[in-house]
Design a protein around this ligand. Structure first.
Ligand code: NAD
Length: 424
């Protein structure tokens, strides 16, 4: 097929290259027509705004903000807003496409988008961040909308910023509009179960994969990289399901206990220590790099991107990798891992529990009703399990790794819908 250049295989990829490599492979296997490939490759809309904000010292600083809507083929677009000094349009474009595939894999009626503002929230006061968030929302008032484009938190933003966004948008439209954004505080339309949703989805897909691989959870060992929201919830829920979590880590170091780490104790320790595991005495400290290559059955990278690379992939001993983080494995490492026969539940499937419960938040806001945590969990577990089975079946049918199968499922769904909807 005469697609444009296949992305090169190298370890230090930017997110756009990482996504395109997989998108390209999956499209080829599906035999996607070139014109549809081009439709799906290019973002539908890219908005760049300039945001003048008065800082606390009275000076006016101008920030650049982006919103990229990759696709609205399956429904209104969905994706977080990143406040970070390294935000750039290329990154936002890749992350927007990533959202399209993620929503399609779990079969929720959303397209994909992503937003970002080039700023350093760690060096800004709460007031400055609030003014910046309001300025960004105002500039995007015609882009956002509960039936158009629904933002959410990402790096550098959280429930507080989403509350400001909801308020500013509502003022602009002259009516309270909860469903314009997800990830809001619980008291103003947030959903029960959202905090643990991503880690819970990691657990559900890990359990489903272990069933296929005939790994008995009560005899399985596990290492979790990253002990933030995703990693600590995944570790807690996996240990509740019988796995022995032997290693955890965060930026302060890696912690190993052959007889298993008491995860509740580690969470309690972290929460008392300002979010860090530094000084945790329920395990011995080991080398950071060694966590990924421990002889465990299940490895959960849940910290950051590009941690499994061609330099350490050969030494990985786990039978199963469940990607809690976005993009933890480089495409070059993919090749080595596949050759070793390690099964990978890819990010766009394994960590989609978060966007699934975001979708439930939007559904509840539109219903004007609140579900119990139990209802949220049961429904998201079912969506995650169904998505896993669908991707697994595709991987068996086409004899491809689950990562490529997940992209195939997503691309197939979006391209078929595009054909039904038709173009000009
Ligand atoms: P977080 O900030 O709560 O936690 C990140 C954790 O990783 C921290 O414990 C940090 O110390 C650790 N960490 C960071 N870099 C590390 C490194 N190089 N080595 C070891 N530890 C490191 O973030 P989070 O919300 O848990 O997100 C983690 C990953 O999951 C990210 O890739 C994120 O994009 C992805 N993700 C998160 C969600 C969500 O709902 N929070 C949803 C989908 C995907």
């Amino acid at each position: 097929m005469a697609y444009l250049e296949p992305a090169p295989l190298k370890d230090k990829e930017n997110p756009f290259e990482a996504m395109m490599t997989r998108f390209h492979m999956a499209s080829q296997i599906l035999g996607l027509e070139e014109e549809i490939y081009n439709v799906l490759k290019n973002p539908a809309r890219q908005v760049i705004v300039s945001l003048p904000v008065t800082m606390d010292d009275g000076a006016i600083r101008v920030f650049e903000g982006y919103r990229v809507i990759h696709s609205t083929i399956l429904g209104p677009s969905k994706g977080g807003i990143r406040f970070d000094p390294n935000v750039n349009l290329d990154e936002v474009k890749a992350l927007a496409a990533w959202m399209t595939w993620k929503c399609a894999v779990v079969d929720i009626p959303y397209g994909g988008a992503k937003g970002g503002v080039n700023c350093n929230p760690r060096e800004m006061s709460a007031g400055e961040i609030e003014r910046l968030m309001r300025a960004y929302t105002q500039a995007m008032a015609d882009v956002f909308g509960p039936d158009q484009d629904i933002p959410a938190p990402d790096m550098g933003t959280g429930p507080r910023e989403m509350a400001w966004l909801m308020d500013q948008y509502s003022r602009n439209k002259g009516m309270t509009t909860h469903a314009v954004v997800t990830g809001k505080p619980l008291v103003m339309g947030g959903s029960l179960g959202r905090t643990e949703a991503t880690g819970r989805g990691v657990m559900v897909s890990a359990m489903a994969a272990m069933e296929k691989l005939k790994i008995n959870p009560y005899k399985a060992t596990c290492a979790v990289q990253g002990f933030g929201n995703v990693g600590s919830w995944a570790a807690r829920l996996l240990s509740e399901r019988g796995l022995l979590v032997q290693a955890i880590n965060d930026l302060s170091g890696a912690y190993y206990n052959e007889s298993g780490i008491d995860i509740d104790k580690a969470i309690q320790f972290r929460d008392q220590k300002n979010g860090s595991l530094e000084g945790f005495d329920g395990a011995e400290k080991i080398n950071q790099d060694d966590l990924l290559t421990l002889p465990v059955d299940v490895l959960v990278p849940a910290a950051t991107e590009d941690v499994i690379t061609s330099s350490n992939a050969l030494n990985i001993k786990a039978k199963l990798i469940v990607e809690g983080a976005n993009g933890p494995t480089s495409s070059r490492a993919d090749k080595i891992i596949n050759e070793k026969g390690i099964v990978v539940v890819p990010d766009i499937l394994a960590n989609a529990g978060g966007v699934t419960v975001s979708y439930f938040e939007w559904v509840q806001n539109r219903l004007g009703y609140k579900w119990t945590a139990d209802r949220v969990n049961r429904r998201s577990d079912r969506i995650m399990k169904d998505a896993f089975i669908n991707v697994y079946k595709t991987s068996q049918e086409y004899n491809v790794p689950m990562r490529i199968a997940a992209y195939m499922v997503a691309i197939d769904k979006v391209s078929k819908t595009y054909k039904y909807r038709g173009g000009y």
